[in-house]
Design a protein around this ligand. Sequence first.
Ligand code: RIB
Length: 306
Amino acid sequence: MSKIAVIGSNMVDLITYIDRMPAQGETLEAPGFALGCGGKGANQAVAAAKLGGDVLMLSKVGDDMFADNTLANFQRFGIDTRYVQRVPGVSSGVAPIFVQADSHNSILIVKGANAHLLPADIDAAAADLRDCSLIVLQLEINLATVYYAIEFGRQHGIPVLLNPAPALSGLSAEHLAQLDFLVPNESELALITGQNVDSPDSARTAARTLVASGIRHVIVTLGQEGALYVGEEGEFKINGLQVAARDTTGAGDAFIGCFIQHWTHDGDIRRAMEQAVAYSACSVTALGTQTSYPDRKAFARFQQQR
Ligand code: RIB
């Protein structure tokens, strides 16, 4: 089986379910709270592993009570944690998350130990990374590490996928152009291209400029509208599924985890996107981030019921 390398973050998700955000100086009672494992890198790794993927994780945990739980969580799903290391004297990454009754969320992140994942950590894992069939990156670690990983992939002929989240302006065009896959949502695409993106048509136009600059495949996630592909294989849109959403936190990560698992299996981009759209729709019907990701059996049941 081909191995997937996720080089990225892990966070402790502090999820508060709220009726509304409090105003400045106001104290409000909220109906619920859950503590969970999160972080965009970890979420994508766990989604792929829950679907049967063989995943190697490069990440950093802190010097606190959360670290053991994060490591145990990765291991529970069979993820290779030889390169998930503790950073002395530093906190784990944490993410206070506020989920509104309409299922939408607001997230704060404190990088903590994630900021200590460095280019030298990629060198230390080089022998294992060279055996991987895909490197997957996000933007909750240092940009220098992200760029180094892109260069590493290019030098060793390993395809690289970047999920440019959370949105960040001023990304290096030179590094973006080396990507095999860029998977932004609409606001990330708008920030990267400087274009207005508020519909599938405007997303297509913006994605074309990135493909013209050298990126092989641009996949834009469109929330409940589905996802759009622009790249070497032409242009197409996968329609979204209508579901009763309860919590959209981590839906983009669910999409990517499912996509990477399928694409590394057979290289079929359209089929991987169809599965990923369905998987992320399924994830929003349950509460939490990783807790909302179905395993293979539960996902098959979801698909049969539709
Ligand atoms: O994409 C969702 C994730 O963003 C959460 O799990 C949170 O940890 C932040 O990283």
